[in-house]
Design a protein around this ligand. Structure first.
Ligand SMILES: CC(=O)SCCNC(=O)CCNC(=O)[C@H](O)C(C)(C)COP(=O)(O)OP(=O)(O)OC[C@H]1O[C@@H](n2cnc3c(N)ncnc32)[C@H](O)[C@@H]1OP(=O)(O)O
Length: 186
């Protein structure tokens, strides 16, 4: 792979100018309260997932210059529990773009609100957003232009995930079609 990622690499439409990763990178910060806890007293995973979706949605909207909807969320990992009083930072960026979809990578960090210790990574996720028009139909997105070596590594890793997502969907669809053709009912 060359240093410059081109529109052709990403499958995007070449006549749309690309946008650098940094143009849409976003951090959403939130202090966790008692309303956010589960029965164990730590922060509910669903609360974290909502913040992840919010941050990723903001990034996808910024990058694509309009509305974008969550198509999928995968590999959501919860690495450490988050506690009441933690200041949570949700960092999101566009890792990869296709024709109408974008993979957004998210890292979740937490720090005690009243301590100066460095934040700990408590979670991560990858989401696919589709940019949509006013009728909810997919619309073409600008290709993302990775800038740093880390951006380029994330772009390449996102391409691997994209290949696996497509292969998995195809394999499952083919299995279902085969079972129907064989007259097997669920
Ligand atoms: C921000 C929010 O909270 S939004 C609320 C939650 N999300 C929603 O309501 C979205 C509901 N889903 C939808 O509207 C539709 O399924 C859409 C817009 C996501 C996709 O529409 P489709 O008619 O299937 O369009 P299409 O098959 O062309 O897919 C569009 C793009 O999304 C990608 N895509 C679609 N479904 C998925 C999926 N499950 N996982 C990964 N990528 C997907 C496609 O690969 C395609 O990407 P590409 O153009 O870069 O190759």
């Amino acid at each position: 792979m060359t240093d410059q990622v081109t529109a052709a690499d990403s499958g995007s439409t070449p006549d749309i100018p690309g946008k650098p990763t940094s143009a849409s990178r976003t951090t959403l910060s939130h202090i966790m309260s008692h309303n956010d806890t589960n029965l164990l007293g730590t922060v509910h995973g669903g609360v974290i997932m909502k913040l992840v979706d919010d941050a990723a949605g903001a990034v996808a909207g910024r990058h694509s210059g309009g509305p974008a909807v969550t198509a999928s969320m995968d590999e959501m990992a919860f690495l450490e529990p988050v506690r009441v009083g933690d200041l949570v930072h949700v960092k999101a960026q566009v890792n990869w773009t296709g024709r109408t979809s974008m993979e957004v990578g998210v890292r979740v960090l937490a720090e005690r609100w009243n301590e100066s210790a460095p934040p700990t990574q408590v979670g991560s996720a990858y989401l696919v957003f589709a940019a949509v028009d006013a009728d909810g139909k997919p619309r073409v997105v600008p290709p993302v232009l990775p800038e740093t070596e880390r951006d380029k590594r994330r772009y390449q890793e996102a391409q691997i995930r994209r290949t696996h997502r497509l292969a998995r969907r195809r394999a499952i669809r083919e299995l279902r079609e085969r079972r129907v053709a064989e007259g097997l009912e669920d």
